[in-house]
Structures are given as structure tokens and as C-alpha cells.
Design a protein around this ligand. Structure first.
Ligand SMILES: *Cc1c(COP(=O)(O)O)cnc(C)c1O
Length: 449
């Protein structure tokens, strides 16, 4: 029989060399996409009957494929939400991969689950949730939001009484696309509540909208702690008060902005989050962990478990036990212990280093906002709540923004894409990388003069 693993020594060395080389690059190359035809040309046929051999396949990846992927951890990658993992977390990702851990059950992954739960506890404590709160690391905010809303509806259904003809979720039009997607998947309605002048969901607006539409079928309200486009944190306390009054599940989507809980300078913006029934934050966004990692936390984990536990004869040995099985708390069964790289980095560096790193990104954000205000060819759309800066280049057409953005990427210099706000093309910086410097910001702004 063919052995898969004959050249394991040479291959381990090659993989570790690659890892070490990349971690020594400062900065890493930005890189950029190539066309399908170009990649067909340079990569050729990679899947063959005999195999290329590991060292050759790695060589091909290093030479042709990796450079066709933008490095999300480049300090001048400021588009969308970047990912800036610590070296410790990236290295530990290799360890997780090398360890063949099943992260779905206590029986199989007790040590890993214990560590993941310690990392979840830190986040839960930052939010001020009770000691009994808990949850699971899921692939991303999309699955986190969906899992939380599924649990919320399950809880509402179990309350009994007359079931509504339609269930509904309230949130603002600024809520992340994944909320509407979750509603589509669940076949429930999404009720859009207008934001206030500061772009926030408030208890007052929520109350006013519900007064005209009624609360029939309403099972959850979603507030955002850091909208993706602007980083706006909703008025969580007043929204929580309305939810408490109505007995409706209060979910906080902090996929991007939840990390700001770790930063003393903006912690007060999150007041009210301690009343959440469920809460998510993506460590792969602003908490320096590699993809893919979202912390989903329930105030009462039993409600998550009731909604998500999969029952099957072959699983009885797990589901009939009293132990903590992460798979019981979200959509999905098999799971990588994806919280471990985050846990390892947190254990390595300590929580003070996390607070300092988030504060550092906020410092650079304030610098960026001030620079935009100082330059007469730029205009700030609003003062940042968190670490997103949205601004316009006076007089530019959408095509000019796009050409500028393309030029920066092609020059391997920066990745900053246009965005739209109320129909207008503008641009934005999302600053989640502690290695992004004031000089990086200034030089990019210089290119717009
Ligand atoms: C990014 C984001 C999501 C989706 O998270 P993924 O990890 O991309 O699935 C949801 N909500 C907000 C506010 C986000 O910024």
C-alpha cells in the first residue's frame, strides 16, 4: 500500500521554514489577485494521479498561489475588516492542526474545551455577563448571529401560548447583512427600525416603531456594537430596557466592535451589553486571532443547548451526558477547536497586552480622523465610535476612487477600497492591526491629494 507519509521529515522542515520566513517578513508582501487564466498558466495541473510530492506542492504554493492572495495582516490593508493575528496565535494554529482534536465534545476534547471556555470567560467578563454565561467558538459572525437567533426563537416557541402567524426580529437598517440572511434562513420577518441622528438604534426609536407595527411575533431585538461600515455602537442600555419590558430576547452583534470592550477609553459606549441574552464577537477581526473564530456567548447557555443539540443514536453517549459539549450551542456538529489559537495568544501575552493593543489601534484611528480633518481635500463623515474612519475625497467620482484604490493595490502599497454611504461613494479605513502606524495613514492620505 502506498504510504501517505513517507517524506514527513523533509515536509515538516519545509512547512516550518515557510512559517518562519513569513513571520520574519516585516511587513509581509501585500500581494494581490491574478486572473483565472494567469493562474491556470502558472500553476498548471496540480491534481494528478501520481501527485506532485509535498515539497514541490509547497514550492508551487509559495511561488504562485500565495502571492495571488492579499495578506490581510499587512499594516496597510485597511479594507473591509482586516485580520491581524499575533504570531503566537498563528503558530498555535499549526499546533491545533497537528493535534487532531475534535472540539465538539467534552469526552473527546476536554482539554481543548476547557481552554476555549477560559477564553470565552474573559470575553464574557468584559461584557459583564453573569458567571453562568457561556457558549462556543463558531466559524464567524454569520453563524454566531444565526445560532443566537435560532436559540431565541426556540425559547419564544417554548414559552407556549398562541403561536404567531409570523415571527419577527427587530434591528436597524444598519444591522449587518448576516442578520437579514439569518432571517431569510429562518423564514422570519425583519423589522427595520430607523436610527437616530447619530446613526444609532435607541430604545426610543424601537418603542416608536413597535407602537405602530405591534409586537406580535417579535422574538428578538438585534443591536450592533460596532457597525461594519462606520463602527457605530447602538445605544445598548436603552434598547435593553425595552427588551426587558417586553420580555424579548436581546442579542448584541459585536462581531467587529465587541473587541472595544477591552479598551478602557471606549468601554462606556458598551454600557447595557451586560443585559444581553446573547452576544457575539469575532476574535478574527479585532482580537488578533487567525480566521476563523467567532465567540458566541449566551446569558443562559441552557437556552442555546435546548435549541441546538443534535439527537442521534450514535451520539447518545455524548448528548445524554452532563458534560459541556460545545457542539450543543450552535449550528454545526463537527468542529475544529478554533478558539485555541486565540486562547494560546491570550494565555501567552496576558489580557493587559490585549487592552493595550486595542487602545493602540484606537490611537491610530484618532490620528487618522484628525488628519482627514486637517486636509482640505478630505472630509470626515462622522467622528469614529470605534476604529473605522469613513471619509470623502472632495470632488472625486466613483471611478476616481476605484482607480486610486486599484493603483494602491497594484503598487503593492495599500489595500483600501471604496464604500458607499447613502448612495455616495466614499472610502474608509478599518484599523484593527496594531502594526498600522501613523506614517502608514499619512502616506496613504498623501496619495489622494
Ligand atoms: C463581520 C460582521 C459579521 C459577520 O461576521 P463573519 O465572521 O464575517 O461571518 C456580522 N456582524 C457584524 C457587525 C460584522 O462586522
Amino acid at each position: 500500500m502506498h504510504s501517505f507519509d513517507a517524506d514527513v521529515e523533509a515536509l515538516s522542515q519545509a512547512v516550518l521554514d515557510y512559517t518562519l520566513r513569513r513571520s520574519r517578513m516585516n511587513p509581509v508582501p501585500l500581494d494581490g489577485p491574478r486572473t483565472q487564466a494567469e493562474l491556470d498558466e502558472v500553476a498548471g495541473q496540480t491534481i494528478t494521479a501520481d501527485g506532485l510530492g509535498g515539497v514541490a506542492a509547497l514550492e508551487l504554493f509559495t511561488r504562485e498561489l500565495a502571492p495571488a492572495c492579499i495578506s490581510t495582516d499587512h499594516p496597510r490593508y485597511l479594507s473591509f475588516i482586516p485580520c491581524a493575528p499575533t504570531e503566537a496565535s498563528t503558530l498555535f494554529d499549526l499546533v491545533v492542526g497537528a493535534s487532531s482534536i475534535y472540539g465538539g465534545s467534552w469526552l473527546e476534547g476536554a482539554g481543548a474545551v476547557h481552554a476555549e471556555n477560559a477564553a470565552l470567560r474573559w470575553i464574557s467578563d468584559l461584557a459583564g455577563l453573569p458567571e453562568s454565561a457561556g457558549g462556543v467558538f463558531v466559524p464567524g459572525g454569520t453563524i454566531g448571529n444565526l445560532s443566537a437567533l435560532v436559540a431565541a426563537r426556540h425559547a419564544a416557541r417554548r414559552e407556549g401560548g398562541e403561536q404567531p402567524t409570523r415571527w419577527k426580529v427587530a434591528g436597524t437598517t444598519q444591522a449587518h447583512s448576516s442578520i437579514k440572511s439569518a432571517c431569510d434562513i429562518m423564514d422570519v420577518d425583519f423589522l427595520g427600525v430607523p436610527v437616530d441622528d447619530a446613526g444609532r438604534l435607541t430604545g426610543e426609536n424601537l418603542r416608536a416603531t413597535l407602537a405602530s407595527t405591534g409586537t406580535d411575533g417579535l422574538f428578538a431585538v438585534v443591536a450592533t456594537a460596532g457597525t461594519t461600515n462606520f463602527g457605530i455602537v447602538d445605544d445598548l442600555a436603552s434598547v435593553a430596557a425595552v427588551c426587558a419590558e417586553l420580555g424579548v430576547w436581546f442579542h448584541v452583534d459585536g462581531a467587529y466592535g465587541g473587541a472595544g470592550l477591552a479598551a478602557p477609553s471606549i468601554r462606556a459606549r458598551y454600557d447595557g451589553i451586560e443585559q444581553a441574552d446573547s452576544f457575539i464577537v469575532d476574535p478574527h477581526k479585532w482580537l488578533f486571532a487567525p480566521f476563523d473564530c467567532c465567540a458566541l456567548i449566551y446569558r443562559d447557555p441552557q437556552l442555546g443547548r435546548a435549541a441546538h443539540t443534535q439527537k442521534a443514536g450514535y451520539l447518545d453517549v455524548l448528548t445524554e451526558s452532563a458534560e459541556f459539549n460545545p457542539s450543543d450551542y450552535s449550528v454545526g456538529l463537527t468542529r475544529r477547536a478554533r478558539g485555541l489559537p486565540f486562547w494560546f495568544s491570550l494565555a501567552t501575552h496576558g489580557t493587559d497586552a490585549y487592552a493595550a493593543a486595542v487602545e493602540r489601534t484606537l490611537e491610530v484611528t484618532r490620528f487618522a480622523a484628525a488628519q482627514v480633518e486637517q486636509r482640505d481635500y478630505l472630509e470626515l463623515l462622522r467622528e469614529p465610535d470605534t476604529s473605522v474612519v469613513v471619509f470623502r475625497r472632495v470632488g472625486w467620482t466613483p471611478q476616481q476612487y476605484q482607480r486610486w484604490s486599484d493603483r494602491l493595490l497594484l503598487a503593492n502599497f495599500a489595500f483600501v477600497v471604496p464604500t458607499t454611504h447613502e448612495g455616495e461613494t466614499v472610502t474608509r479605513f478599518a484599523i484593527v492591526n496594531p502594526n498600522t502606524s501613523e506614517a502608514d495613514i499619512s502616506t496613504i492620505l498623501d496619495t489622494m491629494a
